[in-house]
Design a protein around this ligand. Structure first.
Ligand code: DAT
Ligand code: MG
Length: 149
């Protein structure tokens, strides 16, 4: 089944939003299959944001991600990559729709609380970058028949 990589950034952790964010994905009906809290190394942060390395905000973005612990997660479900992006909302929290995480809980682009993979191939790359195989679980929620027809 489809999987995505989500990361609660240092601002989300510092603002005590870890539970609120996990709650939204759990309530939606997606399945948590990997979870860890970590202090990110500069190398991992640079690799994670490699696509943005030429952008003017790259250095401050990397510095921010390594400034305090993050919560890294892998979630599973049909269409979870695209649906998670919708749950997260637009990159700029001021234009992110109400009801989304960024639309409800943040006010600035450099403090937008959470990262989510933007495509299935990106998710595969990011999951492999952040998690070892043995850190991921495969389990079968008993509520599945109540979520999927
Ligand atoms: P997203 O996180 O919505 O996928 P992105 O991949 O374009 O957005 O950018 C990665 C992160 O970089 C984003 O969450 C916040 C930061 N960022 C993006 N554009 C920025 C900008 N114009 N100024 C400052 N930070 C920016
Ligand atoms: Mg992105």
């Amino acid at each position: 089944m489809e999987r995505t990589f989500l990361m609660i950034k240092p601002d989300g952790v510092q603002r005590n939003l870890v539970g609120e964010i996990i709650r939204r994905f759990e309530a939606k009906g997606f399945t948590l299959v990997g979870l860890k809290m970590l202090q990110v190394s500069q190398e991992l942060a640079q690799q994670h944001y490699d696509v943005h390395k030429e952008r003017p905000f790259f250095d401050s973005l990397v510095q921010f991600i390594i400034s305090a612990p993050v919560v890294a997660m892998v979630w599973e479900g049909d269409g979870v990559v695209g649906a998670s992006r919708n749950i997260i909302g637009a990159t700029n929290p001021l234009t992110a729709a109400p009801g989304t995480i960024r639309g409800d809980l943040a006010v600035s682009i450099g403090r937008n609380i959470i990262h989510g993979s933007d495509a299935i191939e990106t998710a595969q790359r990011e999951i492999a970058l952040w998690f070892k195989d043995e850190e991921l679980t495969t389990w079968n929620p008993t509520i599945k028949p109540w979520l999927y027809e």
